[in-house]
Ligand binder design. Structure first.
Ligand code: GLY
Length: 339
């Protein structure tokens, strides 16, 4: 089996691209492993969980909270899980985040790995080591940075992925193209979501290319002191919108990306906002929305990217070249009010 090992500051992650969950037993012993998944994934792929200890959670971001972590911990204790136990999150971002979080605190930290089942999970949420839960309207407010021991890809899970989840994944793929990869941006402009969905080879290549973009950024800056901040492109306004309005993560960050382009025009002379907006719309994502500026700004001020009265904001100098600028909250409030 071909695996690629990526080193981080104090650990490493074995990456098994396009493998299949049937190989999991070669990576971790079923007797000392507990899989954590949600009802959607479990019901659509029950056979794949056969012979594995499994905890099945209710699906949805509203369950990414401490109460769910406590419930998992109680089940682990009942199963007599100990410090030799490995947890494997099999699911989208909610499942991998909460699995990594519980694994980081259960008995002060046990081994964990991920099998991402959504496009967003494959290219983004399973990578990077940030694991956590939401507290009220504050997304990912509590958590840890700890890398998974392994990430295994099984593209078969994509067969049961609903259309809105494909769009969520493409929002992060477009983000990667905007901040790091102008050639990927051009490739995306020349294709459609339908084409990627229907061609196994192109979706596999796209997933691996994007997973590598994220892994490389995280390797350079695991604890988000510089380069890694680029991955927050679209997420500052995006997260604030996501918690205030009925929007998916992909929709919220798409709107966030367009507004970040407008701010980039003012502060970095970025000239391609409409090209970014057009690409988002090509992948069924919204580029604009009307929203309560004050309400969104009030939530945004609590964002983890704030440092005292300054916000580290990700902007574009050009397509494929993201930069981080520190903007005072006063200036940001004025810009957002005028958008
Ligand atoms: N778990 C997602 C990240 O670390 O960015």
């Amino acid at each position: 089996m071909k695996k690629i090992t990526f080193r981080f500051s104090g650990s490493s992650t074995d990456f098994y691209p396009a493998y299949g969950i049937s190989h999991l037993k070669e990576i971790t012993d079923p007797l000392t492993t507990v899989l954590i998944t949600d009802e959607h994934v479990y019901n659509a792929h029950t056979q794949r969980f056969k012979n594995w200890n499994t905890i099945v959670l209710k699906p949805g971001e509203e369950y990414k909270v401490q109460a769910t972590a406590d419930a998992i911990i109680e089940q682990l204790a009942e199963m007599e899980a100990d410090r030799k136990t490995t947890l494997v999150g099999v699911g989208g971002g909610v499942i991998t985040d909460i699995t990594g979080y519980v694994a980081s605190i259960y008995m002060r930290g046990i081994r964990f790995g991920f099998i991402p089942t959504s496009l967003l999970g494959l290219v983004d949420a399973s990578i990077g080591g940030k694991n956590g839960i939401d507290v009220g309207v504050y997304k990912n407010m509590i958590g840890t940075i700890r890398q998974p021991s392994f990430i295994l890809h099984d593209m078969v899970f994509l067969n049961s992925l609903p259309q809105p989840e494909w769009e969520n994944g493409f929002a992060e793929i477009i983000k990667h193209a905007c901040i790091k990869d102008a050639a990927l941006f051009a490739e995306l402009e020349n294709k459609t979501l339908k084409q990627y969905r229907s061609r196994q080879k192109s979706i596999c290549e796209l997933v691996q290319r994007n997973a590598l973009i994220k892994i490389k950024v995280v390797q350079k800056d695991e604890f988000e002191k510089g380069e890694r901040r680029l991955l927050n492109f679209g997420h500052t306004i995006g997260h604030a919108l996501e918690t205030q309005y009925e929007l998916s993560h992909g929709q919220a960050i798409s709107i966030g990306m367009t507004y970040a382009c407008h701010i980039s025009r003012q502060l970095c002379r970025f000239k391609q906002t409409e090209r970014v907006a057009a690409l988002l719309q090509q992948y069924n994502l919204p580029a604009y929305a009307s929203f309560d500026r004050q309400k969104v700004f009030d939530v945004l001020k609590m964002d983890k990217k704030r440092e005292k009265k300054e916000m580290n904001y990700v902007l574009l100098e050009s397509i494929g070249k993201g930069v981080v600028k520190s903007i005072s909250l006063d200036q940001l409030g004025k810009i957002i009010g005028d958008l």
